[in-house]
Design a protein around this ligand. Sequence first.
Ligand SMILES: Nc1ncnc2c1ncn2[C@@H]1O[C@H](COP(=O)(O)OP(=O)(O)OP(=O)(O)O)[C@@H](O)[C@H]1O
Ligand SMILES: [Mg+2]
Length: 304
Amino acid sequence: MALPLILAQGLVKRYHNRTVVDGIDFTVHAGECFGMLGPNGAGKTTTMRMLTGLTPRDGGELTLFQHFTDPASSELHRLMGVVPQEDNLDDDLTVAENILVYGRYFGLPDPIIRTRVEELLDFAQLTERRDHAVRSLSGGMKRRLVIARALVATPGLLILDEPTTGLDPQARHLIWQRLGALKSQGTTLLLTTHYMEEAARLCDRLMIIDQGRILAMGSPLELIRLHVEPEVVEIRTLHPPLDRQAFAHLPGRLEMAGDTLYCHSGDASEIMAGLRGRRDLTCLSRPASLEDVFLKLTGRELRD
Ligand SMILES: Nc1ncnc2c1ncn2[C@@H]1O[C@H](COP(=O)(O)OP(=O)(O)OP(=O)(O)O)[C@@H](O)[C@H]1O
Ligand SMILES: [Mg+2]
C-alpha cells in the first residue's frame, strides 16, 4: 500500500458561525491523482487552503508526508507545489523571471534555478515566450506558467485548484498530458475541477463534496457503478416543452433537466425500443458518466 501523503481527519472550517467544511476525512496516497469535486461553494478551495496552511482550520487533524501536523511548517514548502484557483503571477516580471524569483524564494542556488527554469519553460511550452511580459500571455499560457512555477522546487505533491477552468480544449489537453507525465514520474496530485471528463481521465480516486461534507468517494468507475444505472437515454423534443408524464411507461428512472428528459436504466436498447417511431423526438443513448453521478448526488439547482 502506498504511503499516505495527506491524512485529513475531521477537518472543519467556519466563517461567521457558518460551517463551510464540516468534518471531512480523506487520505491521498503517494503516487495517486486524487480529485475533489463539488458545486460552487462546496468547500473545495477552503479545504485546499487548510492543507497548505493558508487558512487556519477550526477543527480536525492533518498529517502531511507522514510527519508534519502543521501545514504552515516551512519545511513543507519545498515538498508541496500549489496552483491556486486565481492566477497570482507577478505582472511586472517576464515569464522566465516569474519562475526564477519563485525558485529563489525556496532558497535554491542560482545555477540550479536557471537550469530548472529552462526545463520548466519547455515543460509548459513557453520557451518562445520566456522574455515576454506576463500580461501579454493568454489565459492558457498563464495557467501553464503557474503550474510550471509551482514545480520549481520539484515537489513530491502538487495541489491544483481548478487547473483548467476557462481554457480552450487544446490548452486543456496539453495540461492533462503534462499532469499525466508528472504522475508517471511519481508526483502525487490533488486537484479540484468542474470538468467531469477531466476528473474521469486524470483521477485514480476522487471525492464529491457538497456543503462541506463528503457525499461519495472512490474511483470514477466505482462511483458510476455504485450510484447510477449503467446506461442513459437523453430525450429531447423538436416541439418543447416535453411532457414527462407521456414517458412514464419507459422502464427506467426518469429525470427532467431543462429541455431534456434523462432516462437512466440498465439497458438503453429497451428504452430506445420503447421510443421507436417517435419522429418528433431526438434520442441519444450513451453510457452513464461521472456527470450523472455528480448531478444525482448534488442535485440540479444552481448554487450561487
Ligand atoms: N474568507 C472567507 N470569508 C467568508 N466566507 C468564505 C471565505 N472563503 C470562503 N467562504 C465561503 O465558504 C464557502 C466555501 O467556499 P470555497 O471557496 O471553499 O468553495 P469552492 O468549493 O472552492 O467553490 P468554487 O467551485 O466556486 O471555487 C462558500 O460559501 C464561500 O462563500
Ligand atoms: Mg474554489
